[in-house]
Ligand binder design. Sequence first.
Ligand SMILES: [Fe+2]
Ligand SMILES: [Fe+2]
Length: 223
Amino acid sequence: MPTALPATRPVPGSRPADTSPISLTPALGDDLDPIWKAVVPETRTRGNDIHLPISLAYAERLCDAFPEADRLLVRVAIQLHDIGWGRVDEDRILTEGFSGDWRKAAIRFEHERQGCLVAREVLPPLGYDAGFVEQVCAIIDGHDTRDEAWSLEDALVRDADRLWRFDHAGIALASGWFRMDPATYTDRLEAEIIPELLTAPAIAMATAELNRSRALLRTAVIR
Ligand SMILES: [Fe+2]
Ligand SMILES: [Fe+2]
């Protein structure tokens, strides 16, 4: 069940945040493997086969910092949140999805709608009940276009969706989508994405990962 989101910003974690490189703690367990298997075709669009597993690893870390959160809800929602990109016109993803007011582009609403359709297709045959599927869809629907998070789980999905960009793999992929060089993109992460993070553990992880990525990519020099 979703947990009420505290009013404090950033939301303090109940436990300390793990700020080590994300590659040291891949997502645990194999219980979500049947879901991965069911959506392999949809992961081949827009870097989902990189974005979604890395974001799942961050989501599990955030759940470690917030043990009161519904861990399964956060994990399945982050796993499927962008899967709808696999069902929209691929040419429109870069032209409309990453330019201008990209968070409110029609294609953004479309990928959220399609993501809910995929979740309603794949989850029930794998044994997830209708109430759980609707909680997952409530997070997927509006994850980019809605301004507020409705629950702690919704907030953790939003933070995990942003955190992957701070890892060097995320910088490599996402800087290209926005047609930015890595140095400019890491500047944007600091100026625009860190202030959007809702929880203190996410800010700690993002800051540590950004510092490492900048050093690794020599962004102070290659600019
Ligand atoms: Fe999205
Ligand atoms: Fe995403």
